[in-house]
Design a binder for this molecule. Structure first.
Ligand code: 1GP
Length: 279
């Protein structure tokens, strides 16, 4: 069974799928195995890998590490055709339909298509709609395209229907990584109510209750990334007992900090997974 079919099948016993986006950039070096271990233990349905901008040449190696450690499907969520790799189970083959920049509407896809065929990747055709999340995001800048206004559901719906009529399998409503404002429930509701294909919602979702609200409004896939990197799973970024301990070796302190952060990461992912699955 394809990755996409298996994710759809999960919707027969849970309201939505929870996807964790891991940016295979250098900022996550040293944390990848911890992040994936948390994914494996927390009920996350799949991992997305990709980023708007990769700052070095380690992308493919990091994706390989993620794939080797993961017990759930790994799906490429590419920022450009440069990020193609065979170290994944499937690819979101996206067109940035919200923009009018031909490079991201069709140019990157034409460059990628022969390589996708050669790699034999499962393709999940996806209409990608960038929404104005309150501040300019990396994807907006890098794609040189204008996001859709959050307060104009009809415009969003028109784009989503265009994706459906093109035969795409998913519509992805993206507020942008770290967005101040996630996609509002009214917008999700009005689009989901008219669309026959599943909606993915991501960007700026910081609390499990917020994720559950997106599901109740009609999202069938919820994606988070920043909240997991910032608040929990990266040793050295979480507040931990290791930092305040006054006695014991520095090594033990660092180890305690890493363990604590990992436990925090696991709790966060479990809470999100439960909230998304139950809605
Ligand atoms: C995936 O861009 C999002 O669609 C991830 O956004 O980093 O804000 O969770 P966050």
């Amino acid at each position: 069974m394809s990755v996409f079919q298996s994710l759809l099948q999960r919707l027969s016993y849970q309201k939505a799928n929870y996807l964790v986006l891991i940016d295979p950039d250098r900022k996550n070096d040293g944390h990848l195995n911890d992040l994936v271990a948390c994914v494996n233990e927390s009920g996350v349905d799949a991992i997305l890998v990709g980023g708007s901008l990769i700052m070095d040449s380690g992308f493919e190696e990091r994706v390989r590490i993620i794939k080797a450690a993961s017990q759930v499907p790994v799906i490429l969520f590419p920022g450009s055709s440069n990020q193609l790799t065979g170290q994944v189970d499937a690819i979101l083959f996206m067109s940035l339909l919200s923009g009018r920049n031909p490079q991201y509407l069709i140019g990157e896809q034409v460059q990628a298509a022969p390589m996708v065929k050669h790699l034999g990747l499962e393709v999940i055709p996806t209409g990608y709609l960038l929404m104005a999340g309150g501040s300019p995001t990396a994807v907006e800048f890098m794609s040189n395209s204008q996001p859709l206004p959050m307060d104009k559901p009809d415009i969003v719906l028109a784009h989503a229907l265009a994706a459906q009529y093109f035969g795409m399998s998913l519509v992805y409503l993206e507020a942008g990584s770290g967005a101040r404002r996630s996609v509002p429930e009214e917008v999700i509701r009005s689009v989901a109510g008219e669309l026959d294909i599943p909606l993915v919602v991501g960007g700026g979702i910081r609390k499990p209750e917020e994720a559950a609200g997106k599901v109740r409004a009609g999202a069938r896939f919820v994606v988070t990334s920043t909240v997991l990197e910032q608040e929990s799973s990266l040793p050295g970024t979480a507040r931990s007992p290791g930092r305040t301990r006054r006695s014991g070796s520095a090594e033990a302190s660092v180890h305690g900090e890493a363990e604590y952060a990992r436990a925090q990461g696991l709790d966060t992912m479990r809470a999100f997974a439960a909230a998304v699955h139950e809605g």
